[in-house]
Ligand binder design. Structure first.
Ligand code: 13P
Ligand code: 13P
Ligand code: MG
Ligand code: MG
Ligand code: MG
Length: 385
């Protein structure tokens, strides 16, 4: 029988701004899942990063199951009641619809689910990020599954040597494409470097994988809150599931992708670039400039529908160097205040007063005699020789 891992997360209120969850709210969500998940789930685990509560559920009902989605939605509603009672900031922040309508997708919470043929040992890692967006997973997922400098298993493990299949979503136009590595590596990189538009949704093994043919081995939440709400209502802090070992990236190859604190967009008011800092759970609270953006990693094994773990994977001094670099980058970037590239470019900012400012100043603008810029430049591959 196939097993489903459903990871559903939402920000339903924070203490005191957007820093962290409040323990009684987390407990309420946990209590609800425990009571109402009886007979539906075989196991579950509740965790958090920053102000986002994360529900990992194990069951046999496949992806997009309305009962599973409703269970998570109702648990978030129950938690929101507690958040409202004590006056948490942004109580119910990510619950953008009034009532549940069959599928939690498009309602605010982030969803990452996969149906798998569980191996006799099924190790996996759940990565959870706060103060950033789904495209923040592009860089590390590509590194884990396609970059031999990160993952030598791609070269030395015969089961990985043929590469993987990537499912990439264009979240602006609403379309997806499947492309294989290593054959289409450069096409993939051409897209996923534009991380606010092209996002890696899933990774699969190829059909000829000896141990695990044609299986979903990674999935990432791609839900965009502002697309649902039509305005900034908080960042789409993503989560992702990565299966590891035996023909997949080893645990350490997967974690290694976070050893360089690369820049992601999000952070303060969803409108700034900042380094993604890998942290243990004891440091999963967002403080400096509402960040910096963070990632935590919880490692589990799954057997007969039951979870063992987690292990707090970034709670390791071996990641101190990455954290130190991240803090140095924070110091460096923060001195730029509201200037790009610390601040995001105009069309990617989640928060802006500029249209109002420009409207107020409209009558003061004076004409300059110049060639106005072309709106869209022609694509150029020009050689200058
Ligand atoms: P072990 O021999 O400890 O299982 O390690 C194998 C491995 O894949 C390490 O990356
Ligand atoms: P969250 O999405 O984590 O609530 O962040 C919102 C924000 O604007 C932080 O400055
Ligand atoms: Mg928040
Ligand atoms: Mg958050
Ligand atoms: Mg958020």
């Amino acid at each position: 029988m196939k097993t489903t891992i459903s990871h559903i997360k939402a920000d339903i209120g924070s203490l005191p701004g957007h820093s962290s969850v409040y323990e009684p709210v987390v407990q309420e969500v946990g209590k609800f899942i425990k009571e109402h998940g009886n007979g539906i789930l075989t196991d579950h685990f509740i965790s958090h990063v920053g102000d986002d509560i994360q529900i990992t559920m194990i069951h046999n009902r496949g992806v997009d199951n309305s009962e599973i989605h409703e269970l998570a939605w109702d648990a978030f509603i129950a938690g929101t009641a507690v958040a409202k009672k004590v006056g948490l900031y942004g109580a119910g922040q990510d619950l953008l619809k009034d009532s549940f309508s069959g599928n939690i997708k498009g309602m605010g919470p982030g969803v990452a689910e996969m149906e798998i043929n569980a191996r006799k040992s099924e190790p996996f890692i759940i990565y959870m990020m706060d103060k950033t967006e789904p495209g923040a997973f592009n860089f590390p997922i590509f590194k884990m599954f396609a970059d031999p400098y990160n993952t030598p298993g791609l070269v030395i493990d015969p089961n990985m040597h043929d590469g993987f299949k990537f499912e990439i979503w264009d979240i602006i136009e609403g379309k997806k494409i499947y492309l294989d590595t290593p054959d289409h590596m450069y096409d993939i990189m051409g897209m996923i470097g534009s991380k606010s538009r092209y996002v890696i949704k899933r990774v699969f093994t190829k059909k000829n994988h000896e141990k695990l043919p044609d299986e979903n081995v990674s999935v990432i939440t791609t839900d965009k809150l502002s697309f649902i709400a039509g305005e900034y209502v908080g960042k789409d802090d993503p989560a992702g599931i990565v299966r590891i070992q035996s023909g997949l990236p080893a645990s350490g190859e997967s974690l290694e992708a976070f050893s360089h604190p690369y820049l992601v967009s999000g952070w303060m008011r969803g409108s700034f670039n900042g380094p993604l800092m890998p942290v243990g759970m004891k440091n999963a609270n967002m403080t400096r400039f509402d960040g910096p953006p963070r990632v935590v990693a919880l490692g589990f094994v799954l057997k007969d529908g039951k979870l063992t773990g987690p292990m707090d994977m970034f709670d390791d001094p071996a990641f101190d160097g990455a954290r130190k670099t991240a803090v140095d980058v924070v110091d460096y970037l923060r001195r730029m205040g509201p200037f790009e590239p610390h601040r995001l470019p105009e069309d990617e900012m989640e928060y802006t007063s500029l249209p109002k400012v420009l409207e107020r100043l409209k009558s003061q603008f004076q004409h300059i005699d110049m060639e106005p810029a072309k709106k869209k430049l022609k694509v150029s591959t020009k050689d200058f020789d």
